[in-house]
Design a protein around this ligand. Sequence first.
Ligand SMILES: Nc1nc2c(ncn2[C@@H]2O[C@H](COP(=O)(O)OP(=O)(O)OP(=O)(O)O)[C@@H](O)[C@H]2O)c(=O)[nH]1
Ligand SMILES: [Mg+2]
Length: 708
Amino acid sequence: MAYDTKDIRNVVLLGHSGSGKTTFAETMLFESGAINRRGTVEEKSTISDYTNIEQERGNSIFSTLMHAKWKDSKINIIDTPGFDDFVGEVISSLKVADLGVMLLNAKSGVEVGTELIWEYTQKYNTPTLFVVNQLDHDKADFDATLEQAQNRFGANVLPFQFPYQTGIGFNKIVDALRMIMYHFPDGGGRPIKEAIPEDVMERAQEMHNALVEAAAENDEALMELFFENGSLTEEELAKGLKIALTNQEIYPVFCCSATRNMGSGRIMGFINDIAPSPADRPDAPLENGDTLKCDTNDATSIFIYKTISEPQVGNVSYFKVYSGKLNSSDELENNHTRTTERFNQIFVSEGKNRTATNQLCAGDIGVTTKLKNSHTNQTLNKKGVSREIEKMHFPPSRIRTAFTPPSKNDMEKLMKALHVIESEDPTLKVELAPHLKQTLLHGQGQLHLDIIKYRIEKVNNVSMEFVRPRISYRETITRKADDSYRHKKQSGGSGQFAEVHMRIEPYYEGMPMPNDLTVRKEELDELPWGGKLKFLWCIVGGSIDAKYINAIKKGIMQKMEEGPLTGSRCRDIRVCVYDGKMHPVDSNDMAFMIAAAQVFKNAFQQAAPQLLEPIYNLEVLCSSDVMGDVMGDLQTRRAMIMGMDSEGHYQKIMAKVPVAEMYKYSSSLRSLSQGKAKFTRSFSEFQEVTPGIQKSLANAYKNELQEV
Ligand SMILES: Nc1nc2c(ncn2[C@@H]2O[C@H](COP(=O)(O)OP(=O)(O)OP(=O)(O)O)[C@@H](O)[C@H]2O)c(=O)[nH]1
Ligand SMILES: [Mg+2]
């Protein structure tokens, strides 16, 4: 049976790693009767963390779609990983969710992962509620956690509940919305309702009043009723809170112990009663600037938010129906490829398992298999309709690695496997980098790359060894140099002859023309790797025929691409070719190319070459107590600190760091900060390396050339 749009709730579980999302999802499934045994992360038996790799690590790595029925609602639950290495999974889940449930660990409060994920909920305008979890822990502090959340995310973080007592004795939650207390039996589950005890009545009443005010504030009619009657009925209250939650004017806070199974039922009840259905959300933005209403009676459009590949099955596509209805055996047209796809079977998902269903209505989330030509971020429509749901955008990579190439046979297997993973995971990029003679993997963090290695080794049976990626240095020159070179070869019949005289200079914008040479032709090339090459043809009297210009430029470009100093790419150089010699029989393109390359190389060596290294802008967000360690570590990485900012009890450090010093930064930062720091980076500029570093890199290149 298909659920009506109004009865669908799409919920994404969010939060710092270890806050208890996977355990909470299990509790929701158990309480709703979707499963009759509650698994645990420790026993590797949860519905959500079903892959071997997640069970081995005890952390979520992939987002997992599940669903629970609660009263009238079908609650689609997407559990996400908390490690920011897997932020891609969070972004795609937020795209299709209509409510974020952010778990806070009551013993640690607002953590750095909470902060980052919060930013994404704001970007996607996702209505969000907080669940303060682990209230049974002896170090749990509900009040401090609430205060931190209010400090960081604003006064509209509003408690709906508070625990009567935390720690070992936690078994009662005071509910300020309903003005009752839930008292849980040992082992959790269904609580009995009790009157709120006298000693906390005042606090409960204050909270209740704040909720009534928040509900009334957002609706004029309710405000009037409130003034008339001095209070609101439960129905009026629910109506006002629904508007406030949907418009992100309030962020409710609930209480829970996921391991003790206390609190999740009430939260599902709230989701059923008050959380927005997909139709209550703003219309979905389309790529062309229009919007699409979530309407079951409109033409069908679906959006694929995630694709995985399963052995034996092939592509498994997770999608949301944005409008209309999807029936099994429907045919839809992919708006991107214009190919028709037949949906032989559609399913609802329970983690690893899928159950076939006949129909899914607008707003619902489902799964299908065996789509031939459709991928993540694509929209499929009823034939004749052309809509493109706004695409998801993923953050640029933050870390890279190279790997030792295995045998030729294995290399083919490895590249094939990497491309499958790349097509599933929009935050992984595989780059063939011939200028570095390496293949690079760009990802979100060391853990992200380690997981890919694990999959390749376990699933594809190819061993993979990560090595330090080479740095993409640049070479340039700092003064003028002139030189000439004669290439002459007499081998039997026809010989080769070319002589080229050349001047090279550091190039800069607005540079005056040489006053001692006559410029016949000028060209300015923007180099594909950045920087410029200015070429001046200053031949007078026909000492070299103009037909050799291309060959000469080719010779120069050869050396620009593989610089004379370290084999790196060159930039910002002006070349003047002003004299030379030809031979009527033996001169040809090849000879001039060789001569030009050689004279460029020789002149380059005399022009005080300078090696440049790539520098990144680095931004680290860390908790104040680990700030000293983070700074100390940055100092060992030749970092230049550009500024510092405090954001609540977090510090933001801005620095410029050479890429050469960033190797494995994500794992170093995680361990030195005990997970209390995150970073982003972006390319900034090229800067001169010190003479010492230049010398050692130039020597290493010389040795490498001798070995070949
Ligand atoms: N005492 C206590 N422990 C909890 C509670 N909820 C979760 N835990 C424990 O906290 C640990 C992490 O729980 P998970 O459910 O895996 O946390 P997660 O948020 O899914 O973590 P990631 O998948 O890494 O993002 C596990 O050892 C759980 O047993 C709780 O309410 N009380
Ligand atoms: Mg998890």
